[in-house]
Design a protein around this ligand. Structure first.
Ligand code: AMP
Length: 109
């Protein structure tokens, strides 16, 4: 979609650094992090929210969830949230499906 910020990120228009990427999904840092670890997990195809994604494509849904879990394990100490704000009333502000991976404690190396 022409005016969708996450479609532009997926297309590389903002040179956003990807933490990880699969055939169906990308992961990148939230521009306004709420916790020390705050990544967004985003399907490459445009869906309005996680419900529309789930109804359209179970493989893409599973891919996104698996990537979120992988990124959470790589970025955090193992204590994390993986959440999907769905609808403006629930705090969704970008209407391209995405999951937030949040953790207070980054993985120590
Ligand atoms: P939500 O409120 O659940 O729709 O989450 C949208 C998230 O996208 C917010 O946490 C924003 O900080 C984040 N965001 C918006 N624009 C960008 C961007 N260009 N790069 C990274 N994160 C962004």
């Amino acid at each position: 979609m022409d005016d969708c910020v996450f479609c532009k990120i997926v297309a590389g228009e903002f040179n956003t650094e990807f933490l990880d990427e699969t055939d169906h999904s990308v992961a990148f840092r939230d521009i306004n992090p709420e916790q020390k670890v705050h990544a967004l997990i985003v399907p490459k195809n445009h869906y309005r929210d996680i419900v529309e994604l789930a109804e359209a494509s179970q493989p893409e849904l599973l891919d996104l969830i698996a990537l979120g879990i992988k990124v959470a394990q790589e970025q955090s100490n193992g204590a994390f949230q993986f959440k999907f704000n769905t609808g403006a009333e629930a705090g969704q502000t970008v209407f391209h499906a995405h999951g937030h991976v949040l953790s207070r404690t980054p993985k120590s190396n």
